[in-house]
Design a protein around this ligand. Structure first.
Ligand code: PLP
Length: 226
């Protein structure tokens, strides 16, 4: 299997899931997750038409960005964020999907360079209530969303989550349904959101069934990370 053919097969599975679950064709965006994979791997995916890439580690991402500076890539930061990393993240990424505190949101807002458009962000939700996971608890999402709306250099696009692994399709769906409910509640309150980022290699079809607008896929495209 090559990266190009894996991309094609994932795109096909996304299209099949859209059709099967009554979703509009093309309504689910693919983010290719490239942590621990090389710039050459990114080029292979890029040549297969993939332009949105997700990275988890700042230093690793910056190294690849400098090698790929001539490519039109939309970079998403999806890893845990330490305060001392916010400036570089605000300078180099188009999206940050892992915002989980007012403090980090404020820093990203204040550090987003003037010459760039507002930084697209998602609030990361700890949907499965795991102690070890990043993300904000469900009860605090609405408050953080309202706060982000007041920050002019951020554009709040929606929610992101990494649920606890579940084997069964129905079990996977249940957690994604909860996240979608939270998302719908925010939309009903008038927030202009358009992004529900959920679903990875092992569960993206369940996420699409429950309303994902973006799936984040690494292993199924690039193989195991070492
Ligand atoms: C690594 C990662 C992914 C991709 O996971 P796979 O199981 O390799 O598809 C998606 N989202 C986030 C936030 C990740 O850290």
């Amino acid at each position: 299997m090559t990266i190009g053919s894996n991309i094609a097969s994932i795109r096909q599975r996304i299209a099949d899931a859209e059709r099967q679950h009554g979703r509009v064709t093309g309504s689910v965006k693919l983010l290719a997750v490239t942590k621990k994979h090389t710039a050459d791997d990114i080029i292979a995916a890029y040549l297969a038409g993939q332009t949105a890439f997700g990275e988890n580690y700042l230093q690793e991402a910056l190294a690849k960005m400098s090698l790929l500076a001539d490519k039109k890539i939309e970079w998403h930061f999806i890893g845990p964020i330490q305060s001392n990393k916010t400036r570089k993240i605000a300078e180099h990424f188009a999206w940050v999907q892992s915002v989980d505190s007012a403090k980090i949101a404020k820093r990203l807002n204040d550090q987003r360079p003037e010459h760039l458009p507002a930084l697209n962000i998602c609030i990361e939700v700890n949907i499965s209530h795991e102690q070890s996971k990043s993300g904000i608890i469900i009860d605090e999402v609405a408050g953080l969303a309202a706060y982000c709306q007041t920050l002019p250099r951020l554009q709040l696009r929606g929610l992101m989550a990494i649920p606890k692994e579940a084997e069964q399709f129905e079990e996977q769906r249940k957690t994604f349904r909860q996240l979608n409910q939270l998302y719908q509640d925010l939309c009903a309150q008038g927030l202009p959101l358009d992004t529900l980022s959920m679903g990875m290699s092992e569960d993206f079809e369940a996420a699409i069934a429950e309303g994902a607008t973006m799936v984040r896929i690494g292993t199924a495209i690039f193989g195991e990370r070492v």
